[in-house]
Design a protein around this ligand. Sequence first.
Ligand code: SF4
Ligand code: FES
Length: 240
Amino acid sequence: MPEPLHVKVFRFNPENDVAPTFDHFQVPVFDNMAILDVVMHIQNYLDRSLSFRFSCRIGMCGSCAMYVNGRARLACRTQVSSLKTRAITIMPLPNFPIIRDLVVDMEPFFDKWKKIRPYYVPKKEIDRPVTVQPDSNEREFIDDMLDCISCGCCYSACSMVATHKDYLGPAALNRAYTLIADKRDAIRVDRLKAVDRSYGVWRCHTQFNCAEVCPKNIVPTRSIQNLKRRCVLKKFGVFK
Ligand code: SF4
Ligand code: FES
């Protein structure tokens, strides 16, 4: 029998607990085991009260993000073998209020999305959908930035989010950039105004923490740099 995993799991139920604690579990390991399998084993066989979120199990819904061995990761896409250790510590994502155990409150994160109006607004004079060719420069330029699954890993890794609660954060700014780069959008200039402020793009200190943890290989820092450039162009009246 291979040595089991020694798993330390953050526990906190704000309704009953004064402070968080850690529980320790031994979990048998199997081939191709993911962190999601670890917490499911604990819930199924060792402690049914453990709370965590998941849905798709294929890295698409973004709901299973957790802080595993010191890094934000998708539990369903993180192979135990990739951690290269039998000692695993699982915690909720930093920078989010905790609802219970590994479940965090995503509301502050999505409130930031609401501020940038994360949906396309068509121009009034356009009476039918306008297509953007998949192989056009305009589309290819934002291609990888469109893959965001709103998992919150970047937000949890961002030191500016940690120290400035009003900062819009990498995911919302990345989304804003994809819309501002879309010439069909009717409110591009207003969007740019919404991010051109101290708690918008100018709060980013270009540390790339967000890019390091993004499970979709998005580089929100690059989107934010592009937004800063457009803010400057707007000041000189060049951005329309
Ligand atoms: Fe998750 Fe990446 Fe989107 Fe951030 S940019 S929410 S890390 S998918
Ligand atoms: Fe959907 Fe992990 S369960 S991304």
